[in-house]
Design a protein around this ligand. Structure first.
Ligand code: B12
Ligand code: SF4
Length: 506
């Protein structure tokens, strides 16, 4: 069967800082290809709607699967599904991915017949079954499938991450993927899942608190086949198990792979396992992203980060000593006033690291979605991108954005001193000589993308599809099991013991 997978267009953050390959969609595509189907991929982050229309006409797919990891892409995907159904009545349209998994019924409702199924959970095992069921029947038996007729059995986890390496060969325009100066940049997954349970995050609820690791050989083999010189490691928390990081590293050395890496981890993991990060620095680790989230104990506790300000500072010190560039994230609360912004700005200016801000946003699938007592001020999916305020702001909304953008700009300027600009100019030139202009473009775009007028105006747009709000906190069921997409396997043996997780709750 001919199957076309489509990833929606970029969101605000991706317009400036980065654009990365849709790794999940590539893995699902590989699983469907391995089952004998003819598969094509289209990423609307790098292609336009005219390309999509052409693909539909030329390829005539029998099934079209949309990847929907980000809530803010919901309206776009629903409209695309509707237009597909108008053009190719006989096509089977389905949707999968992180966010889709938490709002399956809602999507079917908005789709009004244009979406035939939503596949909840990981796609590698279930999607080939779904594709077969389109012709052979039995949709109701596909794990994770939700259709107008009801729900199939619970989603199933992929036992081994070594299976179905991403179908990178099917994705065109790969040189458009980059993160900052790592241009071009591919992505890779060494582990899946997270053993922590932060209240604002849905990584743990999606995977049912499971945690799996790719074998070192398979990870290195995949890396060796990656053409790009730079690699984004997509793991939620890199190197929780130092021995896994060492094992992959040794395989990389054995194959003499030379690349530059970007990864994300936690402050406590960096402290505990600093030797493995030092080892990876030698292998090419260049950038590290730390989700600090708050600069005070109260804030850390509210996010259930199970960390402390002392730990955060220690981690920054270690990263500095290792000579790895660090970017940290802080969560800006809509309740912040001018004084709070000033305190945070001062803090951010006092440290040498790059500081990013995201706006506190309750998402379906997070605990915060059920417990946040403040009422949502908008039900527009497009604003749920952690760059907009969807909870009541203490400052007038426009002023909130003014303060936020001003803070981001002041911090960005800190890194734009004369020497930094000279370095950037040299790098831009070197990249341009290789035909890479993503990084250069991102610098010019900052003011256009991040500006209070634009962010404020985003709230005034007509809303075609509204998010189904959570029930009031008192009425919401508190059974944590209801949060999970993949059911939590009580007592199930982990692939490897999570050694010495400190304060982590598992
Ligand atoms: C890497 C990553 C990114 C990368 C982008 C990767 C990409 N191009 O897709 C970058 C850094 C760009 C990014 C940015 C953002 N991200 Co992000 N990101 C992740 C992260 C850590 C891993 C994603 C990943 O690659 N996983 C590995 C692959 C294999 O898994 P997967 O993509 O989920 O795919 C599986 C299933 O979802 C499913 N599937 C996927 N596609 C399809 C399609 C079909 C048809 C089917 C059937 C199944 C299916 O099967 C796949 C294999 O099992 C997740 C957290 C997480 N653990 O998932 C957050 C996460 C998805 N991101 C999140 C957010 C909020 C963002 C931002 C909005 C943040 C911001 N600062 O603005 C931006 C916006 C991105 C954009 N589209 O422009 C949230 C999503 C929240 C939400 N509900 O919308 C998450 C869950 C993090 C969190 N802690 O809450 N992100
Ligand atoms: S440690 Fe990171 S990925 Fe894990 S639950 Fe917390 S925020 Fe999510």
């Amino acid at each position: 069967m001919r199957v076309l997978f489509v990833h929606p267009g970029p969101l605000m953050y991706s317009e400036v800082y980065l654009r990365l390959e849709p790794l999940g969609m590539e893995r699902v595509a590989q699983a469907v290809r391995a089952a004998g189907h003819e598969v094509r991929l289209l990423d609307l982050q790098t292609f336009g709607l005219a390309d999509f229309a052409r693909e539909l006409k030329e390829f005539q797919p029998r099934a079209i699967g949309f990847s929907l990891n980000y809530l803010a892409n919901v309206p776009e995907v629903i409209d695309l599904a509707k237009s597909v159904k108008q053009q190719c009545r006989d096509s089977f349209v389905f949707v999968g991915g992180h966010s889709a998994s938490f709002i399956a019924d809602e999507l079917l409702e908005h789709g009004a017949g244009a979406i035939d199924a939503v596949l909840r959970g990981e796609g590698e095992i279930a999607t080939p079954l779904l594709v077969s069921a389109i012709e052979d029947g039995g949709l109701d038996k596909v794990p994770g499938a939700v259709t107008a007729k009801g729900r199939g059995p619970a989603p199933v986890l992929l036992e081994s991450l070594d299976k179905f390496p991403p179908a990178r060969d099917l994705l065109a325009r790969r040189r458009r993927y980059f993160i900052g100066v790592l241009d071009p940049c591919a992505s890779i997954e060494f582990t899946r899942g997270c053993p922590w349970d932060c209240s604002f995050c849905s990584a743990w609820t999606f995977y049912g608190r499971s945690y799996r690791m790719a074998s070192a050989e398979a990870a290195a083999e995949e890396l060796a086949a990656v053409a790009e010189p730079n690699v984004f490691i997509v793991d939620d928390v890199a190197f929780i198990h130092p021995e896994h990081g060492y094992a992959i590293g040794r395989e990389i050395e054995r194959r003499n792979i030379r690349k530059q890496y970007y990864l994300e981890t936690r402050a406590d993991v960096l402290i505990r396992n600093q030797e493995v990060f030092a080892y990876w620095k030698k292998l090419g680790l260049r950038y590290l992203f730390l989700g600090l989230e708050a600069i005070d104990e109260e804030g850390l506790k509210a996010h259930r980060k199970r960390s402390s300000t002392g730990v955060n500072f220690e981690a920054l010190e270690i990263a500095r000593k290792l000579g790895i560039h660090v970017a940290v994230n802080l969560i800006a609360d809509p309740g912040w006033d001018a004084a709070r912004f000033a305190v945070v700005r001062e803090w951010a200016l006092a440290i040498p690291e790059i500081v990013h801000f995201t706006v506190a946003t309750p998402y379906p699938g997070t605990e915060l979605w059920l417990t946040e007592s403040r009422k949502l001020t908008t039900l527009d999916y497009r604003l749920f991108d952690i760059q907009h305020a969807v909870l009541p702001t203490q400052l007038p909304l426009f002023e909130f954005y003014e303060r936020l953008v001003e803070t981001q700009r002041v911090i960005a300027r800190k890194h734009m001193g004369a020497q930094a600009m000279r370095d950037a100019a040299g790098l831009i030139l070197r990249l341009a000589l290789k035909g890479q202009t993503n990084f250069a473009r991102s610098i010019w775009k900052f003011d256009r993308v991040y500006n209070p007028q634009r962010q404020f105006a985003d709230h005034q747009r007509p809303v075609a599809y509204t998010i189904r709000p959570p029930r009031p906190p008192g009425a919401a069921p508190r059974d944590p099991a209801q949060l999970y997409v993949h059911p939590r396997r009580e007592g199930a043996k982990r692939q490897a013991p999570i050694a010495d997780l400190g304060q982590a709750p598992v």
